[in-house]
Design a binder for this molecule. Structure first.
Ligand SMILES: [Zn+2]
Ligand SMILES: [Zn+2]
Length: 325
């Protein structure tokens, strides 16, 4: 029972591997901390797990790819660079038998959401079926173009797997076995569609990439259900609050914008992703602590007026996180 959500890629705009210098810095800092607490540390694994992400791990560098699965269905959101690793897992699960059926829901066609497709091994296995879904009329043309020479050596028509395209209607629900999926429009150039997933009374919304320029219920209009009483919302926080105020029309949001919507619409949990490729792990942590200050002050302001604010569980997400609803 339940819905599982695995984060295979959470970086925005461009795959962003940790540099050797950054890894060197993390090791030096971790060893310094270890040295200072050496007598108290009994368990090295536990010590490393307890380090903050800028020292112990990092947030991750792969771009958009989220796996959503239930007991009967498995869906993939977007084909960012994280899709390569998910493809390896699917190959292991299926032993490369070529009988796999894979459903990929596309939000839009910016490079960071496509770049993993030519490296998705199941698409090179005869017998597999890969189904792409999207609201945009040019879904097929955009996927075909990823495999065009001279950008990639294997042309689309020579791909060994069978590939199918399905156009979704805006705000119309489709069913994948025991998961219902409804696309809603986000605020992003070249347009972009988020998805709401429903399974066994639980809801999950994917709201990336979005600037969230429409915030009020009136402005959101027919797209409001994407945010209402959602159990888990994945939201765009590419920028700090100040950057998002400066970068109008760049198509991305910040933590406080998601907090505002979630407190009003009674969202239970938010994971913030699409971290800026130019942001260090320390800068992402700083954006998280600014969002914490904003959230605490919003709670305090509501209580000062005698209101009982809706409390939200939230964090800036790391690649590799797994959640279960
Ligand atoms: Zn993106
Ligand atoms: Zn985009």
């Amino acid at each position: 029972m339940g819905l599982s959500i695995n984060l295979w890629g959470i970086r925005g705009s461009l795959p962003t591997p940790a540099t050797p210098d950054q890894i060197h810095h993390k090791i030096v800092e971790a060893l310094r901390l270890f040295d200072a607490k050496r007598s108290e540390i009994k368990d090295i694994e536990g010590f490393v797990r307890g380090l903050s992400p800028d020292i112990g791990s990092g947030f991750g560098g792969h771009t958009a790819c989220i796996e959503v699965s239930s007991p009967k269905a498995r869906l993939i959101i977007d084909g960012g660079s994280g899709l390569r690793c998910l493809g390896e897992k699917l190959m292991l699960e299926s032993s490369g038998a070529g009988q796999g059926v894979i459903h990929i829901l596309m939000t839009h066609f910016h490079w960071d959401h496509l770049i993993g497709l030519p490296f998705f091994i199941p698409i090179f296995v005869p017998g597999n079926q890969i189904h792409f879904y999207g609201v945009q009329d040019d879904l097929e043309a955009n996927i075909r173009r990823v495999f065009a020479k001279p950008n990639f050596p294997v042309e689309f028509d020579r791909l060994p797997a069978k590939v199918f395209f399905h156009k979704l209607k805006p705000r119309e629900t489709v069913e994948f076995q025991d998961i219902k999926v409804t696309p809603y429009q986000l605020d992003h150039p070249d347009p972009c569609w988020g998805y709401k997933f429903e399974h066994s009374g639980k809801t999950f919304s994917y709201c990336v990439d979005s600037e969230a320029r429409r915030v009020t219920r009136e402005a959101l209009g027919p797209d409001l259900p994407l945010y209402q009483k959602i159990d888990l919302m994945i939201f765009d926080a590419q920028y700090t609050f100040l950057e998002s105020a400066e970068r109008i029309n760049w198509g991305h949001a910040s933590g406080p914008i998601g907090i505002d919507i979630a407190m009003r619409e009674e969202v239970k949990k938010i994971l913030f992703i699409h971290h800026d490729p130019a942001a260090s792990d320390a800068k992402i942590l700083e954006a998280e602590s600014q969002t914490r200050e904003y959230y605490e002050s919003a709670l305090a302001a509501a209580r000062a007026h005698g209101a009982k604010p809706h409390e939200v569980d939230w964090q800036f997400a790391r690649e590799g996180m797994k959640l279960h609803l």
